[in-house]
Design a protein around this ligand. Structure first.
Ligand SMILES: Nc1ncnc2c1ncn2[C@@H]1O[C@H](COP(=O)(O)OP(=O)(O)OP(=O)(O)O)[C@@H](O)[C@H]1O
Ligand SMILES: [Mg+2]
Length: 685
């Protein structure tokens, strides 16, 4: 089945309302952020302090002494004038030894006749001053004899003005320069901090401001609900939120109130952030988005300040949506961490708790949040009244995957043989992000192959590359290749003969990623519940590689390391978590997996069981593995002919797909499990 309609599917959201109720522009978005008024006062004070400090530390150089012409001539006669410079009537010059003018009166002495005469000739002009430069005015009757007189007394007649103390420019430079520089630097940093949105650009100003992005104001491609597919329950929940913001009375007429908070929970890549963006695109109200980690800073208290600021902004623009991505970064349960970071995180969390209490749902603020780890979140955060709703975003099922593929192949020209349904069927467990990646890889591959469209083969190869890793060009000896072929053949044959086993999709002995060869099995449909028989079949299949090597060569290699690891983990879970051992019974002995991130959580440190139980667990795991190993060897010995045929084909062709495998071995696909349980257990006992 092909899906060429996907390309032309109209985007229903394209006419989505771009208009939104007008509101004042977000704070701090103006072109030139203005300085606080008080800062100008400080600038003025800085300038004054600078000016007077300079005057105090570097008193102005000697101003020239204004002396009468007669005194000038006297000093020349005394040979106390070094140099002069004359221009027009004014004459400046430098004394050899500083001169005090007017001459000081001898203390207490009665004014002498001489002094009286001097008084007459030289009227007092202020207090006496000593200086080594002087200035005087030439009388109009001075003749050329002055020149001879000067030269005779060894006075240099200079061509350049005699230095006259500090100029206006130096005064300005030193009196105001430093303060102006500092003020300039301050203003520059202030601007940077404001414009750059804060700390990254430097400066601590505005550190307590939230740096939430406003999606509704950003241009470019808007995400709409049309871009989200395959997670319909979650989508429906958020569509309702959007409707609520558009038309509150529709929901409140019977006394209900809007939810305050909606928590999106799910595995990575399932589309939580995408859903939130779609809400932003569709809601028609201001949408403040911030990642929880952006609240956190080195400085304690900053996170709380940012939370306050974020909610303040939202309140100013209500109705509005706040989106906090990766909430677990600040929403961790309080009182668990002993390290320093906890106090900042807890303060931030407390602030969120307070803020969410602070607004009523009538205000029209809705908080969306997303996380992978709902179980680490603080209980107070999850209670109704804060995050009333918890929306689980699951991995998409087959139909969902097909829908997601359709979204992401809108702009990709698909070949006639490319069937989205088929691709969806062969990608169980893929998230939306994985599928997007798959489409992209396939498109790149097709482009590299100089095709005009993306064909089924491109998707298969891209899938193989994603799941198994890129092919690795290593040279193997014929003996090694044969051993690898038998190893993979063992897995494949057991995938055909063990009842309930997943169908074998592909076998290859091309080294890929970490593996030297790969047998790719995948379930026919999505599985949510695993019967014991199926798990047993999986373990038997996993051990098939080593079993084949033993049956054929009688020796062992390291090639089975990964198989052994997986089989042991599975067997241990059967015993400790799923109560599948008669001897242990239905007792939980290991923590459950983190449902969204994988890996185990909890149960750190002390084991909640005795050493005797531990021994029993080990014995039971050993028994399951042992039984499965025997079964694998028995089945492979029984089907040795098919195994040899498969190996021969593998050595010749390197990679075989499902059809070829069935053809070469002449075996039917594995029978389903119902008939199987009896067969497996019967066969073993
Ligand atoms: N349901 C979906 N429909 C369409 N595209 C999807 C879907 N889910 C995921 N995608 C694609 O995968 C990308 C990543 O998804 P998203 O960022 O929403 O993941 P997430 O759930 O927020 O993951 P995480 O928990 O790691 O933050 C999206 O940008 C989108 O292109
Ligand atoms: Mg996300």
């Amino acid at each position: 089945m092909t899906d060429s309609t996907a390309k032309s599917r109209p985007r229903a959201g394209e006419g989505a309302p771009a208009a939104r109720p007008g509101g004042p522009p977000a704070a701090g978005k103006g072109p030139g952020p203005s300085l606080p008024a008080r800062i100008w006062l400080w600038f003025a004070i800085a300038l004054l302090v600078n000016f007077f400090a300079t005057r105090l530390l570097f008193p102005p150089a000697d101003a020239p002494l204004v002396v009468p012409y007669t005194l000038f001539k006297e000093e020349v006669a005394k040979r106390n004038v070094q140099a002069i410079y004359s221009r027009g009537e004014s004459l400046t010059g430098r004394f050899a030894a500083p001169v005090t003018f007017p001459p000081p009166e001898p203390a207490g002495a009665a004014p002498s006749a001489e002094a009286k005469k001097a008084d007459r000739v030289l009227p007092r002009r202020g207090p006496p001053r000593t200086a080594s430069t002087f200035e005087t005015t030439l009388p109009a009757f001075v003749g050329p004899e002055l020149e001879t007189f000067l030269i005779d007394h060894g006075v240099e007649i200079s061509a350049e003005p005699i230095e006259e103390g500090s100029s206006l420019w130096t005064l300005l430079l030193f009196g105001f320069g430093p303060a102006l520089l500092l003020i300039g630097a301050y203003v520059w940093m202030f601007r940077r901090a404001q414009a750059g949105g804060g700390l990254g650009a430097g400066g601590l100003l505005g550190i307590g401001k939230s740096r939430a992005r406003r999606y509704d104001e950003e241009g470019g491609d808007k995400v709409t609900f049309d871009d989200v597919a395959g997670i319909d329950e979650a989508e429906a929940e958020l569509v309702e939120i959007v409707e609520f913001l558009r038309d509150p009375p529709k929901f409140t007429r019977l006394g209900g109130t809007a939810p305050k908070g909606v928590l999106l929970v799910g595995s990575p890549g399932t589309g939580k952030t995408l859903l939130a963006k779609a809400v932003a695109g569709e809601a028609g109200v201001p949408f403040f988005s911030m990642s929880a980690s952006e609240f956190v800073e080195m400085i304690v208290g900053v996170g709380a300040a940012r939370v306050r600021d974020l909610f303040k902004q939202a309140r100013e623009h209500a109705p509005a949506i706040i989106f906090i991505d990766e909430l677990d970064a600040i929403g961790r349960a309080r009182g668990q961490m002993a390290i320093g970071a906890s106090s900042e995180q807890e303060q931030t969390l407390n602030q969120i708790l307070t803020e969410m209490d602070g607004f009523s749902s009538r205000e029209g603020i809705i908080v969306l949040a997303a996380t992978n780890q709902p179980d680490v979140l603080d209980k107070a955060l999850l209670r109704p009244g804060r995050f009333d709703r918890r929306v689980v975003v699951n991995l998409p099922d087959k139909a969902g995957r097909e829908a997601i593929l359709r979204v992401h192949t809108r702009k990709v020209p698909l070949g006639a043989d490319a069937s989205l349904a088929q691709i969806a069927a062969s990608t169980p467990g893929f998230s939306g992000a994985d599928l997007k990646n798959l489409v992209n890889e396939a498109a790149l591959l097709a482009a590299r192959r100089a095709q005009d469209d993306v064909r089924a083969g491109d998707f298969t190869d891209a899938l193989e590359k994603i799941v198994l890793g890129p092919a690795r060009p290593i040279l193997l000896s014929p003996a090694d290749r044969e051993r690898i072929a038998y190893h993979e053949g063992g897995h494949a044959i057991l995938g055909l003969v063990v009842p309930g086993a997943d169908p074998v999709h592909r076998v290859t002995i091309v080294p890929r990623g970490q593996a030297l060869g790969v047998t790719y099995q995948r379930p026919e449909s999505d599985r949510y519940n695993y019967p014991e028989g199926y798990l047993r079949a999986r373990i038997i299949g996993m051990l098939g590689g080593r079993a084949a090597e033993e049956v054929v060569y009688g020796t062992k290699t390291t090639g089975a390391e990964n198989d052994i690891e997986q089989a042991t983990a599975l067997a241990r879970m059967m015993v400790t978590r799923w109560g599948m051992s008669e001897r242990i019974g239905m007792v939980q002995l290991a923590p459950r997996d983190n449902p969204f991130l994988g890996g185990t959580g909890g149960f750190a440190g002390a084991k909640p069981f005795s050493e005797r139980t531990a021994e029993a667990i080990d014995a039971e795991v050993g028994r399951i593995i042992g039984e499965s190993h025997e079964e694998a060897k028995r089945l492979l010995t029984e089907h040795r002919k098919a195994l040899d045929a498969l190996v021969e084909a593998l050595l010749a062709r390197e990679t075989l797909d499902e059809r070829e495998i069935l053809e070469v071995t002449g075996l039917p696909p594995a029978p389903p499990l119902d008939t199987a349980i009896a067969a497996v257990t019967g066969g073993r006992r």
